[in-house]
Design a protein around this ligand. Structure first.
Ligand code: 13P
Length: 340
């Protein structure tokens, strides 16, 4: 392992107020989003959609890295070039989702376990050869009556740390994503409590398994009330709770924290990230960044709608969200940006 290079890549992913674009939806997730808009669920349209994304001019002004799905790294753009090459040529670091999705956890109703450790070493070696420089693994923690259980947290976190160690072995920066879901009617306090417990367990396990903290990125949820909770806290309250939870749990050696959006609206995600950076940016040991999927893509996907003629407008919408989130990293995102 080249530790120096690993650390340099991790730093580059959160440098210059840029963030990550998650475009790594698995087949079922991508198909679900297409189906909702009546877009045919074909490999060709998935390719066309992702070609629209990576050919957006100026994306690299705000995006430092893009997370791809395995199908995409084996596809070509219409001109025959690979997605990895197009991103690299545009100075966007290419990464890859390597988990195999979630399955029901045995003996634990309502809880999930992420799969994908089998053959991971071989897959990572091949991905390195292809030019991919970072990876992502998502663990899912559900809040509900009597859950999450310690068993679910520990099993998922153990897998996350094993994945992270395997990535670093071949010089790939692991994005460690323990997502506490927003689904449900739980309060923001409950989200805080669960996230705090999960993150403590994550860093304990990363330490046990010898993961180099300087060579990884954490991708957590923000501390938010459940989507069906009656009480919805203000932007600043969410920002404060999130920072407080992270300060308690994330070691200063970690170069950056890149939030997932998790079902927040695009504007909400930008506003909350902005508020954190307005209030405490210079007092934090790590960069506070974004690794949004839906919050970057949703408007563009709706406009594109499977049609070639909509590509320029869709690219405009994607570019706009990327610019808004870079502004949020600087604490310079304002409402007015949404009305231009
Ligand atoms: P969302 O921002 O849509 O939650 O996606 C981020 C991601 O990569 C989930 O694994």
């Amino acid at each position: 392992m080249n530790t120096k290079e690993l650390i340099a890549t991790a730093k580059a992913l959160v440098a210059d107020n840029k963030g990550l674009l998650a475009m790594d939806e698995s087949y079922p997730t991508c198909n679900k989003r297409f189906a909702k808009l009546g877009i045919p669920e074909t490999a060709e349209l998935r390719r066309d959609y992702r070609e629209m994304i990576v050919t957006t001019v100026g994306l690299n002004e705000s995006i430092s890295g893009a997370i791809l799905f395995d199908e995409t790294v084996h596809q070509q753009l219409k001109d025959g070039s690979s997605f990895i090459k197009v991103l690299t040529d545009n100075r966007i670091i290419p990464g890859i989702k390597v988990d195999g999705g979630t399955i029901a956890m045995a003996g634990h109703p309502g809880e999930k376990m992420t799969e994908g450790l089998d053959n991971l070493r071989d897959r990572l070696t091949e991905y390195t050869r292809m030019g991919l420089r970072f990876a992502k693994w998502r663990a899912v923690i559900t809040i509900g009556k009597g859950i999450p259980t310690q068993a679910c947290i520990e099993a998922n976190v153990h897998a996350l740390a094993r994945y992270a160690a395997l990535c670093q072995e071949v010089g790939i920066v692991p994005i460690v994503e323990p997502e506490v879901l927003m689904d449900g009617d739980h309060t923001m306090e409950r989200c805080f409590e669960v996230t705090e417990q999960v993150l403590h367990t994550v860093f304990n396990q990363l330490y046990t398994q010898g993961v180099i903290l300087e060579g990884m990125i954490l991708k957590p949820n923000m501390i938010v009330p459940g989507l069906a909770c009656e009480k919805q806290e203000s932007v600043d309250e969410v920002a404060d709770a999130t920072v407080k939870c992270l300060l308690r749990t994330v070691p200063a050696a970690v170069p950056g924290i890149a939030f997932l959006s998790g079902g927040q609206s695009s504007e909400q995600a930008s506003a909350r990230l902005n508020s954190m950076n307005v209030r405490v940016k210079n007092k934090l040991p790590w960069e506070l960044s974004f690794s949004f999927g839906r919050a970057l893509q949703e408007p563009a996907l709706g406009i594109w709608n499977g049609k070639e003629k909509n590509v320029p407008e869709a690219q405009k919408a994607l570019y706009h969200r990327a610019v808004c989130n870079r502004a949020a990293r600087r604490g310079e995102y304002i409402d007015k940006m949404e009305r231009i």
